[in-house]
Design a protein around this ligand. Structure first.
Ligand code: IPM
Ligand code: MG
Length: 363
C-alpha cells in the first residue's frame, strides 16, 4: 500500500521538526510494510516569500489530492519579520486559517497526556499531579471568532475594531458528535466548555450539546465555564477525559494543557473533516527565536505523525510503535532543552529524531 502525504514544512523551526517526523514515518512504513510518497507544499511565510500570498490554490489542491497532510508550523517574529508589514489577510496565520477552512477541517484534536517520565518537567506540584492525567481537547476549528466578520472602522475620529463570534447549530452539532464519539472510545466523560453566563453563542452551544447527548447515553456530559476550566486544568487536570470547546477557547486552553505535560513541545494535534483526511501539526508555533539552532523539540510533530498513521491511514500498529518509541526514548533519559531536568541527557532536534526513528525500526 502506498499513501500520498503532503508535507508543509512551513516557517521557523517547522522544517527542522518535520524532517525528524518524516524520518520516523519512513521507519514506520518500512517496518509495517507500506510506502509513503511525499509532496512538499508551501504555506505561511514560505509561501509569501515565493508567491506573495500565504496560501495558494496549488497548496490547497496538493493537500486535497493527498491522503493526509503533515505540517510543521508557520509564522515569524511579528516585531521584525517583513511578513507582518503586510495587511492581516496576507500574513502567515491567514494561510493557516485559510487551509483549515478550504479543507473543512472543523475538528481539532489535541491530546494532553503526562508521561510518567516527564513528571519532573511538569510545573505542577506532586500532590496536584497525583496519578497523572490523560485528556483530549476537541477544539472546533473553522468557526467562531476566527472566522466571523471583522473590521476596524473610525467613528468620530476614534477607531473601533469589531470581531464577531458566530456559531450555527449545524457547526456545533457536528463537532459535538465528534467529541461524543471520541469520549465513547475513551473513558466516557465529556466536559463541554463555554461561557454560557455571558455569550449567546455559548448558550446555543450548551443547548445543542445537550440535544446530541441524547444519542450517547453511555457518555456522561458535563458543562464548565471557560474561566473555571482554565483554573481546573492547573488545580486538578486528572478530572478531565474529553474537553469539547469552541475555536478561541480551545486555542487558549490547549496551550495551557500543553504546558502541564512538561512543555508545549509535547502537544500533537490532528485537524479532521468528515472523512479520513486530516492535517497533522504540533500545537505549538514556529518558535523563530530558536529556528535553525537544532535545539527544537520534534516530539509534538512526531506524535502528530503518529496521529496521522492512526486516523488517516488506519495504520494503528505503526502509530502504536511511534508512541512507544517516544516513551522509551524519554524513559532512557533523553531530553531536548525544553524538557531538560537533572540527571537527563540533553539532545538536539536531530538526535532526538534519530533516537525515536531507531526505536521504531526496532533497533
Ligand atoms: C494554533 C495556533 C494558531 C491558532 C495560530 C498560529 C493562528 O495558535 O494552532 O493553536 O490560533 O489556531
Ligand atoms: Mg494556539
Amino acid at each position: 500500500m502506498n499513501y500520498k502525504i503532503a508535507v508543509i514544512p512551513g516557517d521557523g523551526i517547522g522544517p527542522e521538526i518535520v524532517r525528524e517526523a518524516r524520518k520516523v514515518l519512513d521507519q514506520a512504513a518500512a517496518r509495517f510494510g507500506f510506502t509513503l510518497s511525499y509532496t512538499e507544499l508551501l504555506l505561511g511565510g514560505a509561501s509569501i516569500d515565493a508567491h506573495g500570498v500565504p496560501l495558494t490554490q496549488e497548496t490547497i489542491e496538493g493537500a486535497k489530492s493527498s491522503d493526509a497532510v503533515l505540517m510543521g508550523s508557520i509564522g515569524g517574529d511579528a516585531r521584525i519579520s517583513p511578513w507582518y508589514k503586510l495587511e492581516p489577510s496576507l500574513r502567515p496565520e491567514a494561510g493557516l486559517l485559510g487551509i483549515r477552512k478550504a479543507l473543512n477541517l472543523f475538528a481539532n484534536l489535541r491530546p494532553a497526556y503526562l508521561y510518567d517520565e516527564l513528571r519532573a518537567a511538569c510545573p505542577l506540584k506532586e500532590e496536584i499531579i497525583g496519578e497523572g492525567f490523560d485528556l483530549m481537547i476537541v477544539r472546533e476549528l473553522t468557526g467562531g471568532l476566527y472566522f466571523g466578520e471583522r473590521k476596524t472602522i473610525e467613528e468620530n475620529g476614534s477607531k473601533k475594531a469589531i470581531d464577531t463570534l458566530v456559531y450555527s447549530e449545524d457547526e456545533i452539532r457536528r463537532i459535538a458528535v465528534k467529541a461524543f464519539e471520541i469520549a465513547r472510545k475513551r473513558r466516557g466523560r465529556l466536559c463541554s466548555v463555554d461561557k454560557a453566563n455571558v455569550l449567546d453563542s455559548s448558550r446555543l452551544w450548551r443547548a445543542v450539546t445537550e440535544e446530541v447527548a441524547k444519542d450517547y447515553p453511555d457518555v456522561e456530559l458535563s458543562h464548565m465555564l471557560v474561566d473555571n476550566c482554565a483554573m481546573q486544568l492547573v488545580k486538578d487536570p486528572g478530572q478531565f477525559d474529553v474537553i469539547l470547546t469552541e475555536n478561541m477557547f480551545g486555542d487558549i486552553l490547549s496551550d495551557e494543557a500543553s504546558m502541564i505535560t512538561g512543555s508545549i513541545g509535547m502537544l500533537s494535534s490532528a485537524s479532521l473533516n468528515e472523512t479520513k483526511f486530516g492535517l497533522y501539526e504540533p500545537s505549538h508555533g514556529s518558535a523563530p527565536d530558536i529556528a535553525g539552532k537544532g535545539i527544537a523539540n520534534p516530539i509534538a510533530t512526531i506524535l502528530s505523525a503518529a496521529m496521522l498513521l492512526r486516523y488517516s491511514l488506519d495504520q494503528d500498529e505503526a502509530a502504536d510503535a511511534v508512541e512507544e518509541a517516544v516513551k522509551s526514548v524519554l524513559a532512557e533519559g533523553y531530553r531536548t532543552a525544553d524538557l531538560m531536568s537533572e540527571g537527563c541527557i540533553q539532545t538536539g532536534t536531530e538526535q532526538m529524531g534519530d533516537l525515536i526513528a531507531g526505536k521504531v525500526a526496532g533497533k
